[in-house]
Write a protein that binds this ligand. Structure first.
Ligand code: 8IG
Length: 283
């Protein structure tokens, strides 16, 4: 192969499911868990969220697992963890980082963790991200539930005639559970742009006109892949900055990381409580 980007074998280039199963085998072996019940993907600002979920039973560098890549973004952690939910016989598979579409590795690489989670037995996935907010009342550090999305990448993780229904993609029951642990949570429509540049003010205005409340560079492709795999999906965005043009200040990645740190406690609590509520709801 002439490109140095793909890490898949030629055989798996034509079979993402086989690659996901190969990765799941490695995770099963290294974590000692026959199955994981819930998957959790940590985005910008959510790094410490896994710590409150329970005890980490095993931590695997991404680079040890087929199809995964090292973290591309400063402040993200390139490991996969198996966490036991405190007081319960349930395991959460925590992805400390994600591959973004803007990295140019293709959609298969973006949704690989989702397919691996499904292959590990997870029936629920919690997708978190850091994003820009269109509503001025969402101060930096505000978590918001994703009610629906608009995918502006013009790509899909589905290949061929796979006509998946995306009505209620973000499982209503899971949003209810989230609000039962934090009644103050707002909901919004997440708009995924390709990035990695932030939007222009005109693009943010467009996102608002077409029905968006949040702008970011992840999550929608993963949610679609999760639904294809039959999983329930909960999406939670952390508004780390006002989207371009909403506030007079320019955007910086440092500001995003700082807002995430400041919100870490509330977000960590929220994820831990939501995961516990999901486990108890299923019991
Ligand atoms: I953190 O304002 C974060 N990620 N597209 N726009 C987009 N992605 C983001 C933003 C933002 N903030």
């Amino acid at each position: 192969m002439s490109s140095d980007l793909p890490t898949t074998t030629a055989e798996h280039d034509s079979d993402p499911t086989a690659l996901a199963c190969e990765a799941a085998d490695v995770i099963t072996r290294r974590t000692g868990a026959e199955r994981h019940d819930i998957a959790l993907v940590l985005g910008s600002g959510w790094a410490s969220a896994a710590d409150l979920v329970g005890d980490t039973i095993a931590e695997i560098p991404n680079t040890d697992v087929p199809g995964f890549h090292p973290a591309a973004v400063p402040g993200h952690h390139g490991t996969i963890r198996s966490v036991r939910v405190s007081g319960h016989d349930a395991r959460v598979l925590v992805f400390g980082t994600r591959t973004h579409f803007y990295e140019g590795r293709g959609v298969r690489a973006v949704v690989h963790p989702v397919r691996v989670a499904a292959a590990c037995g997870a029936s629920t996935i919690v997708l978190t991200n850091g994003c820009g907010g269109l509503r001025p009342e969402w101060r930096p550090g505000t978590p918001v539930l994703i009610r629906d999305h608009i995918n502006l990448t013009a790509h899909s993780p589905l290949e061929g005639p796979t006509f998946v229904d995306l009505t209620d993609l973000y499982t209503p029951r899971l949003r209810e559970l989230a609000r039962s642990v934090d009644p103050g949570l707002d909901e919004g429509v997440y708009v995924q742009f390709r990035g990695p540049h932030y939007e222009t003010p005109a693009e943010v205005a467009m996102a608002g006109i077409i029905g968006g409340d949040l702008v970011g560079m992840s999550t929608t492709l993963e949610a679609i892949a999760a639904r294809e795999a039959g999983m329930d999906v909960l999406g939670i965005s952390l508004v780390t900055n006002a989207a371009a043009g909403i506030s007079p200040d320019p955007l910086s990645h440092a500001e995003v990381v700082a807002a995430g740190r400041a919100a870490a406690d509330r977000c960590g609590r929220l994820v831990a409580d939501v995961v516990r509520a999901i486990v108890e709801d299923a019991a």
